[in-house]
Ligand binder design. Structure first.
Ligand code: HDE
Length: 715
């Protein structure tokens, strides 16, 4: 839960990084057009020709330059996390963390550290939908006074695999199948589940992926996790272990799976648009930054290995301490220059933050620079404005494609005497980075620690921690995903794995698939075995989580009641009770919600001499793009709405997706036309005569986010 210090930030000025970028901004307003060499262009409409009907001349340097630049506009998309949206912001520390780390930005509460944050889906291409069932990337670049620190995390606290060497396999399995490039941005296909069914270590992550965490309502309503255990090192050189957390002030919320699929068609940019609009309207997204600290001497005191990235530390064992707040307050000026060219790297750390031997983390330390070299075209990607630190860079690295820096002097080596020995190495006291001197005494082996072999107990912990509705969603997600798998043996193998998490869960999924849960899990269960390994030595080892249920794992326990930025459709037509609409819009807007009038056609809706502008027509709007619906009274308006099948469908869908719906008493005729017209209204359906009571109850209902319990009624 976010702490008391988390009051919304009023207004934040541009960060140091945003100001620094101004040197690179271009603005054509009021300017003459030029070529790239600065020559003013007189005709941008016609190429140079040998006569009006003749061939284009090679001499036309203006045409050649324009076309060549266009021909080279594309760069490779990220091999994973290709689809992303980003924003600038700032991080403010609540209280110094000097006991644990010497990182300056975690020691000085007066510093406002600029950040650039990129959210992403993992599997889809750059142009894919925002709403697949997928993990979301949550990558934060802190431009600190000691260089850049990148916290390249996800919205789930664990990962699919334990060793980086399996990452290419995992990604090959989840990406569209190589022979026909189908399906786009979806895990529901044979190769993904084939791989997963052979990799029991992925089970915990799979439970998260099958949960509603994989279909967020908004990028602003997701948690973020550093996933790996990192190290913090204090000024005395003493280290402790740390897990990093981001907790959104608006709470963690999701959409329904049916809704996610429909949003993908109606507005594939749903999350990108939502983030953009929130920032443009001054509703700055905010997260609290939290840490779970484990003393070095307690490393071995858990029933799981801190170095195993398929495990989380239950908050019941180690609480998350809120240490600061991040606010995103500015949209990028240019998608390509900033969001596309930003280069994150889990190895970008600052003094006071260090790595552990988590084998996934260790492999990532190689991959991120390597991938930028191909994606951004060479070793000078750190000089791209968005990647540049806000502090000066001095070293003996030189040259390469697209070098921007003009290094002065004649020495580019160290030690040197000609250059006075510059640049100097920084002492510890000068905040020079010195790797933590962990003691290592071991044989060189290709191996996996036995302490990594309990693959199921935290998957069970996660499942047990979910509310009834959330558990039901997991059943449905497994049934959907495995239902799309064509090879029955894969479904069967997955049922064997799911039965290790929870027998009842496996049985429900098996029922939906028309299969039986295998009596005994297929042996061997783990197929990720070296050539000379004995399968018996690689099978999962049953374990038991010290914690049986963890409240933090269920979204049912998240922050509720805040309706800021929630979108509300007001379904109306000519003849609407304009006073009622105005009252409701005023009440909603006062709470920060965003009401929009949706009518059968664009223009205005009228009643007597008054009129209201229509925001969307039923043709362009869809209920999946709103959080709630209000049907005002007004005799001819309610008759029109009641007789409009798109409007009734709008309401039916909102009901099916468990949203708050409000009716004026004299709009009951509309309600009667809906699929839920016969039912006793639940708490999410509000009907009131008194407009003030109606607005208050409706606002309360929107603040609940969803009435998932309604799903039981719908069946
Ligand atoms: Fe990444 N990951 N990853 N990853 N990852 C990339 O780097 C990789 C992992 C994450 O918005 C790539 O610049 C390996 C875990 C995010 O630009 C690449 C392994 C977590 C982003 C890469 C992992 C992440 C990436 C592709 C297993 C959460 C998007 C483009 C050892 C803690 C950053 C790029 C952005 C991107 C490799 C596992 C998060 C190829 C080898 C675990 C948020 O370098």
């Amino acid at each position: 839960m976010p702490s008391k210090k988390n009051k919304p930030t009023e207004k934040i000025t541009a960060s140091e990084k945003v100001n620094e970028l101004s040197a690179d901004r271009e603005n054509s307003a009021g300017q003459l057009m030029t070529t790239n060499t600065g020559v003013k262009v007189n005709d941008d409409q016609n190429s140079l020709k040998a006569g009006e009907r003749g061939g284009t001349l090679m001499e036309d340097f203006i045409f050649r330059e324009k076309m060549t630049h266009f021909d080279h506009e594309r760069i490779p998309e990220r091999v994973v996390h290709a689809r992303g949206s980003a924003a600038h912001g700032v991080f403010k520390l609540y209280k110094p963390l000097s006991e644990f780390t010497r990182a300056a930005f975690l020691n000085d509460t007066s510093i406002e550290t600029p950040v650039f944050v990129r959210f992403s889906t993992v599997a889809g291409s750059r142009g894919s939908t925002d709403l697949p069932r997928d993990v979301r990337g949550f990558a934060v670049k802190f431009y600190t006074q000691e260089g850049n620190f990148d916290l390249v995390g996800n919205n789930m606290p664990v990962f699919f695999i334990q060793d980086a060497i399996k990452f290419p396999d995992l990604i090959h399995a989840v990406k569209p199948e190589p022979h026909n490039e189908i399906p786009q941005a979806a895990s529901a296909h044979d190769t993904f589940w084939d791989f997963i069914s052979l990799m029991p270590e992925s089970t915990h992550m799979i439970l998260w992926l099958m949960s509603d965490r994989a279909i967020p309502r908004s990028l602003r309503m997701m948690e973020g996790f550093g996933v790996h255990t990192f190290r913090l090192v204090n000024d005395a050189g003493k280290a402790c272990f740390v897990k990093f957390h981001w907790k959104p002030l608006l709470g963690v919320h999701s959409v329904a799976w049916d809704e996610a699929q429909k949003i993908s068609g109606k507005d594939p940019d749903f999350h990108r648009r939502d983030l953009w609009e929130a920032i443009e309207s001054g509703n700055f997204p905010e997260w609290e930054f939290g840490v779970q600290i484990v003393k070095e001497e307690d490393e071995m005191s858990f029933d799981f290995d801190l170095l195993d990235p398929t495990k989380l530390i239950p908050e019941e064992l180690v609480p998350v301490i809120p240490i600061g707040k991040m606010t995103l307050n500015r949209n990028p000026d240019n998608f390509f220059a900033e969001t596309e060219q930003v280069a994150f790297h889990v190895g970008h750390v600052v003094p006071g933050i260090d790595f552990t031997n988590d084998p996934l983390l260790q492999g990532r330390l190689f991959s991120y620079t390597d991938t930028q070299l191909i994606r951004l075209g060479g070793p000078n990607f750190q000089e791209i404005p968005i990647n540049r630190p806000v502090v000066p860079v001095h070293n003996n690295q030189r040259d390469g494609f697209m070098r921007q820096t003009i290094n002065q002097g004649k020495t580019s080596y160290h030690p040197n005497s000609i250059g006075g020995g510059c640049p100097f190495q920084a002492k510890w006291a000068e905040q020079g980075f010195a790797s933590y001197a962990e003691r290592i005494d071991a044989n060189k082996v290709r191996a996996r620690s036995k302490s990594f072999f309990d693959h199921f107990s935290q998957a069970t912990l996660f499942y047990n921690s979910q509310s009834e509705a959330e558990q039901e969603h997991i059943v449905n997600a497994f049934s959907f995903e495995l239902g799309k798998v064509e090879i029955v043996a894969i479904r069967q193998r997955m049922l064997g794995i799911i039965s290790q998490v929870d027998q009842a869960l496996a049985e429900k999924v098996a029922f939906n698939l028309g299969l039986e849960v295998p009596k005994k899990p297929e042996q061997p269960m783990n197929h990720s075995i070296p050539a000379d390994g004995n399968p018996k030595d690689f099978q999962p080892v049953p374990g038991k989580s010290a914690v049986e249920r963890s409240a933090a794992l269920s979204m049912a326990n998240t922050v509720k009641g805040d309706i800021r930025t929630r979108k509300v459709a007001v379904l109306a037509a000519d003849g609407v009770d304009i006073n009622a609409v105005n009252e409701m819009m005023k009440a909603l807007t006062a709470q920060g919600a965003v009401p929009e009038i949706v009518a059968p056609r664009l223009g205005v809706i009228r009643h007597k001499n008054a009129s209201l502008p229509v925001n969307k027509s039923l043709l362009t709007a869809a209920s999946v793009l709103y959080d709630a619906v209000y049907v005002p009274g007004g005799e001819s308006s309610v008759v029109t709405i009641a007789g409009n099948k798109d409007a009734i469908n709008f309401l039916n869908e909102a009901y099916q997706h468990c949203k708050a719906i409000a009716f004026d008493t004299d709009a009951q005729v509309v309600w009667e036309q809906t699929s839920f017209g016969e039912m006793f209204p639940d708490h999410g359906i509000v009907v009131e005569e008194d407009p003030v009571k109606l607005a208050n109850r409706f606002i309360g209902a929107i603040g609940r986010h969803r009435f998932w319990e309604r799903e039981a009624e719908i069946k």
